[in-house]
Design a protein around this ligand. Structure first.
Ligand SMILES: [Zn+2]
Length: 392
């Protein structure tokens, strides 16, 4: 616990360090427009250090699923080059085959983060642990991560799994597993409860967010602003979850964009690419085949069309290298890689069942890191992205 106390005292900001609604006014039709002029960084040394000039762009009723105008695409300082960000959905173990809430969850895989962290440090990579409530409530997680977090060798962000995150005022079901579907007050309460728990456990103010199951909604962007979050990384471009009540990110860009005005909330989409001879047609061809998974499989095998997310979960190293070719050739500013922390021990996710699978997972990362670094794509961090994105 001593490890928690010291950095906490140094980094816990006073309440005014968080952006808060500067003005709220209705637009006369009863619908109400909430204008949020963030104040991150004002009146607080900590806030200024962490948030720089962030938080001054206006964000009016914007949704993360809104397709951005070309002018909303983020620009990075000259010389920034291509980077990659490693995000870890750091969460409890649960039975991925069972409905929500019907199984007990455990957090036995947390100590496995120690080895993964060391592995990343060997490459000079700063992993971003997107933690949910059970992890943010774990003293073991603090013990494993806080030294690296305090030293800037790792970063912590927010991952909201509403079904394990108080307050519990909703029915636990698939629709409500997408936090963005909850009533705005409940989404806010859960978000702030989790953020405060993260600050208390890890001694860091989280600046990046991912909705569990990528479940953003109409209120998520402005709630993130209220919570002092600078970057959202929930958009999984090329994926559509509307069939199960979730958001549709299918036609969104792979490049980062501003959800509101420049300086408001930066969207950093997870990287998924189409590969194959027909890849230019992927955006309409792939969704058209959604009822025909066998046809999708066939097209992938014969090299015509494949959808490849940058994750070791369900994606081979050979596939990932093909995806890197496309992502690097397309000039993506930030490649966002992801996986789930329970995959760091055998038996908890569909992707890692045995020790051999786990070895293969580490080999996958070695192959991908070596390839990226060999191409001159350098690892980056939330802090570095915030510092290198152009705010004007
Ligand atoms: Zn998750």
């Amino acid at each position: 616990m001593a490890m928690v106390a010291e950095p906490l005292a140094r980094t816990l900001p006073p309440p005014e360090a968080f952006p808060s609604p500067a003005s709220r006014f209705g637009n006369g039709d009863g619908r109400g427009v909430t204008m949020l002029v963030g104040m991150a960084g004002r009146g607080s040394r900590v806030g200024r250090q962490a948030a720089g000039n962030w938080g001054f762009g206006v964000l009016i009723d914007k949704r993360i699923t809104d397709k951005p105008e070309p002018s909303a695409m983020a620009r990075f300082r000259p010389g920034t080059g291509q980077r990659f960000l490693l995000t870890v959905d750091t969460e409890e173990e649960f039975d991925w085959t069972k409905p929500f809430g019907l199984t007990e969850h455990r957090v036995d895989t947390i100590p496995r983060l120690r080895k993964f962290q060391q592995f990343c440090e060997g490459y000079g990579i700063v992993p971003v642990y997107l933690v949910d409530y059970p992890i943010a409530s774990s003293p073991v997680a603090a013990e494993v991560l806080n030294e690296a977090l305090a030293a800037g060798r790792a970063e912590v962000g927010i991952q909201l799994h509403p079904w394990v995150n108080p307050p519990h005022d909703e029915v636990i079901n698939e629709y409500n597993s997408f936090a963005g579907n909850l009533p705005v007050e409940l989404e806010r309460e859960k978000l702030f409860t989790l953020r405060d728990r993260i600050i208390a456990n890890f001694g860091q103010v989280p600046r990046i967010y991912r909705a569990g199951r990528y479940g953003t909604g109409p209120n998520t962007a402005r709630l993130l602003r209220e919570a002092g979050v600078a970057i959202d990384t929930s958009a999984r471009a090329r994926f559509d979850y509307s069939g199960t009540g979730g958001p549709n990110y299918r036609d969104l860009p792979l490049q980062p964009w501003w959800v509101g005005e420049t300086g408001s909330l930066l969207e950093l989409p997870l990287t998924t690419v189409y590969w194959g001879l027909l890849r230019k047609y992927g955006p309409w061809l792939y969704p058209a085949m959604w009822r025909a998974p066998r046809l999708r499989g066939l097209l992938a095998r014969i090299g015509l069309l494949e959808r490849i997310p940058l994750t070791p979960e369900g994606v081979t190293a050979a596939e990932a290298l093909r995806a890197l070719d496309v992502a690097v050739d397309d000039g993506l500013a930030v490649l966002v890689l992801s996986f789930h922390s329970p995959s760091l021990a055998p038996g908890f996710t569909p992707y890692v069942r045995t020790e051999r699978d786990l070895d293969a997972l580490y080999d996958w990362w070695r192959t991908v890191f070596d390839n990226l670094i060999g191409r001159g794509v350098r690892p980056t961090s939330v802090r570095e992205i915030m510092e290198s994105v152009e705010l004007a």
